[in-house]
Design a protein around this ligand. Structure first.
Ligand code: ADP
Ligand code: MG
Ligand code: MG
Length: 267
């Protein structure tokens, strides 16, 4: 029962692949609620063949309630666009903070990682794989808390884990995905390891040199060829290595993240 007439549209907050994301306010004297409208252009959704992705983004997000996951309040469409009504993450993208700072302190990084792990653990308990964990899709709430967003790549597991789509972003892709094997929830745990490295070191663990294609990066990923900078603490390295394991079943279970020395010592 929602339509664009119910909202005052404010400033653009970001650009998505299929349209823009706006700050908005519900037109109401009693409850002028502030939220976010993510606008998807139907034309582009159809041209890029992502109807399924959009459907899943809506279906998955609507079923989730967790302090570290962006809420979807509802959705509607008009003749040309689809609108998602999202919880506002007042402090924007983690990516922007990271770009500004270069890298984060280990304390700050470990607090973010603990919150991402908590959100992911909840998702996995509902048999959902996010598949696109990276700083651009992690937002920050008004108190600086992590809010996982962008469920466009998410899938249900295990029903679809035989699917072999090479999803996600080059440097966050796991070995089993590169090798075209079936994969499951452990790809998010791998991505958490890549994220930990990127937050603490300010760069990607397997390099970003794609002159000549993604082969070199893929090769380093499949060899778990991580090169740690000298300033990183032993606890941080241990933690990263416990996530970036070639064999999915050897990766640290998410419910054990908070007990790890690197996380526990910074809480
Ligand atoms: P896409 O699926 O096209 O990548 P995203 O959902 O990642 O779109 O949104 C694009 C950008 O819009 C984000 O990177 C972020 O900057 C901004 N954005 C999206 N959702 C929110 C939100 N709930 N609160 C604040 N900013 C948001
Ligand atoms: Mg995104
Ligand atoms: Mg998306």
């Amino acid at each position: 029962h929602w339509s664009l007439n119910n909202f005052d549209i404010g400033r653009p907050l970001g650009k998505g692949h299929f349209g823009k994301v706006y700050l908005a306010r519900v037109k109401s004297k009693t409850d002028p609620f502030i939220l976010v409208l993510k606008c998807l252009t139907k034309d582009e959704v159809i041209t890029k063949q992502v109807q399924m992705q959009v459907r899943r983004e809506i279906e998955v997000m609507q079923s989730l309630r967790h302090p570290n996951i962006i809420r979807l309040f509802g959705w509607f469409h008009d003749s040309t666009r689809i609108f998602l009504m999202l919880e506002l993450a007042g402090k924007g993208e983690l990516f922007k903070q990271l770009a500004k700072k270069g890298k984060f302190s280990e304390r700050r990084s470990s607090q973010y990682i603990s919150q991402v792990a908590s959100g992911l653990n909840y998702l996995h308990s509902k048999n959902i794989i996010h598949r696109d964990i990276k700083p651009e899709n992690l937002l920050l709430g008004m108190n600086g808390e992590i809010k996982i967003g962008d469920f466009g790549w998410s899938v249900y597991s295990p029903e679809e884990n035989s699917q072999r789509t090479l999803a996600g972003t080059l440097s966050y892709v796991s070995p089993e995905m590169i090798l075209g094997q079936s994969y499951g929830k452990a790809i998010d745990i791998w991505a958490l390891g890549v994220l930990t490295f990127e937050l603490t070191c300010g760069e990607e663990p397997f390099g970003a040199d794609t002159t000549g294609g993604p082969r070199l990066v893929h090769q380093r990923i499949c060899r778990c060829d991580i090169r740690f900078p000298p300033y990183l603490s032993l606890e941080a390295k241990d933690f990263i290595q416990s996530l970036l394991r070639f064999r999915p079943e050897e990766r640290l279970p998410l419910d054990q993240v908070d007990q790890q020395p690197w996380i526990a010592s910074h809480r």
